[in-house]
Every structure is written in structure tokens, then in C-alpha cells.
Design a protein around this ligand. Structure first.
Ligand code: F6P
Length: 546
């Protein structure tokens, strides 16, 4: 049975339109229209979004905007930005924009930006105190290291920002991140740290996440061994449940709160960004928030056709639902953005990885593609073979900065040459005639040309979007993050899914809770399928042997 979305007039028109223009190669699109780049690129502050290498025409974008209007994107945008409970399955608002807003944002009659400002002021005082050495550890020594314990949205945002912006300030404590429940992660981190100079941030919206609490307990024990009863002076918490943090032993004045109306994966601009304020400086964290605010304002005000997050979201819908692409890569040509693919993987796949609509019906259309990626040029030497000649077509976002923070000009030129070359090669490819001419020019005999030719042809026509930033400043990073947050929201509206819940993570968590007592011998192992029983029993037997 068709879903309501696929029955929409614009959806039907897009299906027709796709059939009519599908044979047009990107090469031809560029050859026919020298104005293509100008037509299909947008700028905001120092960000250029070039989507001219997508398999689109003006009619495609017109129909996609029509689809957005039929899905009431503008009304949904207003609902989200004004504190409606758009996260219906959890009965919550999604007000991450209030974390960086310049004007009041009301939720249930209250201006929540006042609460936000109060927490930011606490963070500012605390970060300044730690960075200046005024706030010291129990042994009177300045904090040289900050260890963030959190997972998912309580880890990836600050991890990305601390890594991406470390060139902005080298004077603060070094930031470390441990997320995994694998004991080797925390053991390795603690081996590099000293209790007397380490400040620990326990970041968990719920303060109930197994991984974070186990790591926090291990670190508290480590601190206590070194600092005895004064260990708690090395603990801070970021949470929406301050009582739980206090019960764990975090001093009340070191608990920075966040709220139910901020989803974990949308929470970087809240106190979840505390490690950024500590390691890079609150002034840089404020600039990051200002960059996000600039993108929020653009998202709220720009017409759909000129709106960067809307255009990106609609292009993803086009690629997924009309071109049948099941994956999209994120390829930062910037080492400082190495955590961006992982960050976006959670943002995009946890938000739109749903097959049921807001009203509980089966969606009946594809939703979030696989999001993955890694930095260029490393990725070129790993899986770009698949991009260029594999049987599947996966669109990719290429991201680079015009000005690096280092002085190795030759490196940056080489990096950018690769960036430009890859998107051109993916779009244009190389036909048999060009491939044969190239081999002949290299002096290959005709027999060799004939046998190698099928391997040397590149189909091309592989869509990419390029994002060029002037420079990787905190403001630019904030804008980039907000760009993707809103892009995801746009897709969720078209796909009619709730971008702010994540029920799909619950089943595995609760089963792990049932299995743990079996591993501890508290209950017999017999309640699973034969595979799971077999695996558990093998583990129990082998564990005993070692
Ligand atoms: O299990 C998924 C999840 O709930 C994410 O959505 C969230 O970012 C992460 O776990 C961590 O949750 P918390 O901040 O409550 O520890």
C-alpha cells in the first residue's frame, strides 16, 4: 500500500521527472549549461555550498520545494523553533536553537533562554577559573587534563569540537574522551593521566547510561586512591537529572544542567560543550554558538529555494527516494574534522533511521541512508575505488577549508588539489575513448589497450556536494553543525518521521541488562535462541579457562 508521502502530487511528479531526465550524465549537464555552478550554489558568511554536481535540474529543485510545501515544511519548522512538542513519542520539544538564541524562546510560557544563560554563566566562571589556575585540584595543583566520560551525544559533539578547534588555544587543559564500556578505553586513558591534575566531566543527560556510569565509577575509584576523600573536587557533571549526579557524589556547584527539551545528539551548544569551554576557552565556545545561531536564523528566514539546510535535505531526499541511493559519505578534507563523520553518523542515523511515521504507520518509503566517511586524502587510498567503479552509487559531501591554520602551504595546495580532482572525477568519469587515448599516450600496445580498456573506464555521474569554508573558526564549525542539524530536520519532515526519538536503541540495551546477570552466574543461561546460548556458553567456558 502506498504511504501518504508517495501519493503526494509532488512525489508523483518527481517520480515522472526522474524517469524523464535520468539518462542525462553529469558531464552533459555541465557541458550544456556553463552557468550551472552559479545556478546551483549558495553562500552564507564564509560557507559556500556547491550542489551543482548533484543529478538535478532547475525543475528538480522546483519540484522538491513543492514537495516540501506539500509536507508543510514551513509549518513544521515554525513548530520546532517555537517550542511545540515535535518529539511526540517522548512528548518533548526539540529546542536546541534556544541554546544559542539571541531572542527569547518560549516553552510552556517560560523564556528558556534565561535558564540557558544562567548555566552558560556558570560554565563561563568555572572554565575561566580552571583555565587561569584559580580553581585547582585537591592537592593544590592546576588542572592540566580534562577527561570527558559520556557516549553518543554526550561524547561526539565535544570530541569533534575540541579536536577541530585545538589550534584556537593551546593554553587550557588537554581534553580526553572515553565513551566505550570496553575497559581498555578507560584503562588506557588513566594510564596517561594523574589524579592530582585531572578534572573529570561525567556527561550524561539521563545519568543512567551503563557505559558512562561504569566508567565514572572506575574513575572515581582511581581518584579516591590518589586523593582520598577530596576526590569529589575533581568531579563535574552535565545532566538533565541533577539528583542522580548528586547521589553519585558530584558536588552541587559542579553540576551543570541540561534539559529534556535538548536531544543528546543536538546538545553540543548546551553544557555538554563544557570540555570545549575548558580546553579551548569559553569565548571560543560562545563563537561556536554564534555560528550555529547565524545558521538557525538563516534556516528560519531564508526562502526554501535559497535555504542551505533545506536544499541539502531535499537533495538527500532526491538521492534516496528517487535515485535509490542507500548510503552517503561525509568526507572532510581536513584532519581537524576527523570526528565529523562519526558525529554526523549519530545525528543522521539516530534521527532519521526510522521506518514508522509520526502517526505510527509503516513509512512505505526509504528513509535515512547509511552515513559514513573519513578524512581525505586517507579515504582515497582506502575505499575510493568503490566510489569510482563500484556497482553502487553513493553520493558524498566533500568539506574543506580555503585557509589552513598551519603554514605548510604546499601541503594545503596538495590537499585541495585532491579535493577538487575527486569531485570532478566522480562527476565526469572517463569514457572508453579518453581511456584508450590515455593508454596509447603512455605507449601501450593495441592488444594491451583492448584488454585493459574495460578496467580503465570510469562511468562517472556520481553525485557530490562540496562545502568550502573560508577557515575552520569556532563560528564556522558552529554553522556547519547547525547546517546538518537542520538538514536532518528537513528530511524528517519529508519522510514524516520523528527526528528526535531513538526507540531503536532500547531493545539491545534491555537484553544486555538481562544477559549481564547470566554472565555473572546469578541466573542460568537458557532463555535465548541456540546461537545466543551457544555464544554465551562458549564465552563462559573459555573465560573460566584463562
Ligand atoms: O543510546 C542512545 C543514547 O540515548 C543517545 O541518544 C544519547 O546521545 C546517548 O545514548 C547517551 O545518553 P546519555 O547522555 O543519557 O548518557
Amino acid at each position: 500500500m502506498p504511504s501518504a508521502r508517495t501519493a503526494l502530487p509532488a512525489w508523483q511528479k518527481l517520480t515522472e521527472h526522474q524517469r524523464a531526465q535520468s539518462r542525462l550524465h553529469l558531464r552533459e549537464r555541465f557541458d550544456r549549461d556553463p552557468g550551472r555552478f552559479r545556478k546551483f550554489s549558495l553562500t552564507l558568511e564564509g560557507m559556500l555550498l556547491d550542489y551543482s554536481k548533484q543529478r538535478i535540474e532547475e525543475e528538480t529543485m522546483r519540484l522538491l520545494a513543492e514537495l516540501a510545501r506539500e509536507c508543510e515544511l514551513e509549518a513544521w519548522r515554525t513548530r520546532m523553533l517555537t517550542g511545540a512538542r515535535v518529539n511526540a513519542s517522548e512528548d518533548r520539544a526539540a529546542l536546541h536553537v534556544a541554546l544559542r538564541a539571541g531572542t527569547p524562546v518560549r516553552f510552556e510560557g517560560q523564556d528558556v533562554t534565561r535558564e540557558v544563560a544562567a548555566v552558560l554563566a556558570d560554565m563561563r566562571r568555572f572554565a575561566r577559573g580552571v583555565r587561569s589556575g584559580r580553581i585547582r585540584g585537591a592537592a593544590g595543583r592546576a588542572f592540566t587534563d580534562v577527561l570527558n566520560l559520556g557516549i553518543g551525544g554526550s561524547d561526539l559533539g565535544p570530541r569533534l569540537a575540541c579536536d577541530a578547534l585545538k589550534h584556537c588555544s593551546r593554553s587550557g587543559p588537554r581534553a580526553h574522551f572515553v565513551s566505550n564500556v570496553d575497559g581498555s578505553a578507560i584503562a588506557d586513558a588513566l594510564a596517561r593521566l594523574a589524579p592530582a591534575t585531572t578534572l573529570v566531566v561525567i556527561s550524561s543527560k539521563t545519568f543512567g547510561t551503563q557505559e558512562t556510569l561504569l566508567n565514572a565509577a572506575a574513575v572515581r575509584a582511581w581518584l579516591e586512591r590518589g586523593l582520598k576523600s577530596k576526590a569529589v573536587r575533581h568531579l563535574c557533571a552535565v545532566t538533565a537529572d541533577p539528583e542522580r549526579a548528586a547521589a553519585f557524589g558530584v558536588p552541587a556547584d559542579r553540576i551543570f544542567r541540561t534539559w529534556d527539551w535538548v536531544g543528546g545528539r543536538y546538545s553540543l551548544c548546551s553544557a555538554v560543550g563544557l570540555p570545549v569551554a575548558l580546553a579551548i576557552g569559553m569565548e571560543h565556545f560562545d563563537e561556536l554558538r554564534a555560528g550555529a545561531r547565524a545558521m538557525d536564523e538563516h534556516f528560519a528566514q531564508a526562502p526554501l529555494e535559497k535555504n542551505l539546510p533545506v536544499v541539502m535535505g531535499l537533495i538527500e531526499v532526491w538521492n534516496v527516494n528517487f535515485l535509490g541511493c542507500g548510503a552517503r559519505a561525509v568526507l572532510p578534507y581536513d584532519e581537524r574534522l576527523r570526528w565529523l563523520p562519526a558525529y554526523l553518523q549519530q545525528l543522521e542515523m539516530e534521527s532519521c533511521g526510522k521506518s514508522v511515521t509520526r502517526d505510527g504507520a509503516r513509512a512505505g518509503h526509504a528513509t535515512a541512508p547509511v552515513t559514513w566517511g573519513s578524512v581525505g586524502t586517507d579515504s582515497q587510498h582506502a575505499y575510493f575505488q568503490w566510489f569510482h567503479q563500484g556497482s553502487a552509487v553513493a553520493p558524498a559531501d566533500f568539506i574543506a577549508c580555503c585557509r589552513p591554520h598551519h603554514r605548510l602551504r604546499g601541503h594545503h595546495q596538495a590537499l585541495l588539489a585532491n579535493f577538487f580532482a575527486q569531485t570532478e572525477a566522480l562527476a565526469r568519469g572517463m569514457d572508453a575513448e579518453q581511456a584508450a587515448a590515455g593508454m596509447r599516450a603512455q605507449g601501450l600496445q593495441e592488444a594491451a589497450v583492448r584488454s585493459l580498456l574495460p578496467h580503465r573506464v570510469f562511468d562517472g555521474n556520481r553525485p557530490t556536494t562540496s562545502i568550502l569554508l573560508d577557515e575552520l573558526t569556532p563560528r564556522a564549525l558552529g554553522a556547519l553543525i547547525a547546517l546538518y542539524e537542520h538538514k536532518v530536520f528537513v528530511q524528517s519532515v519529508i519522510w514524516n518521521v520523528n527526528a528526535f526519538d531513538q526507540w531503536g536503541v532500547e531493545l539491545g540495551k534491555s537484553l544486555a541488562g538481562r544477559i549481564l546477570p547470566e554472565l555473572e552466574g546469578a541466573v542460568p543461561v537458557s532463555t535465548h535462541d541456540s546461537s545466543t546460548n551457544g555464544l554465551i556458553n562458549t564465552y563462559l567456558t573459555r573465560r573460566r579457562r584463562t
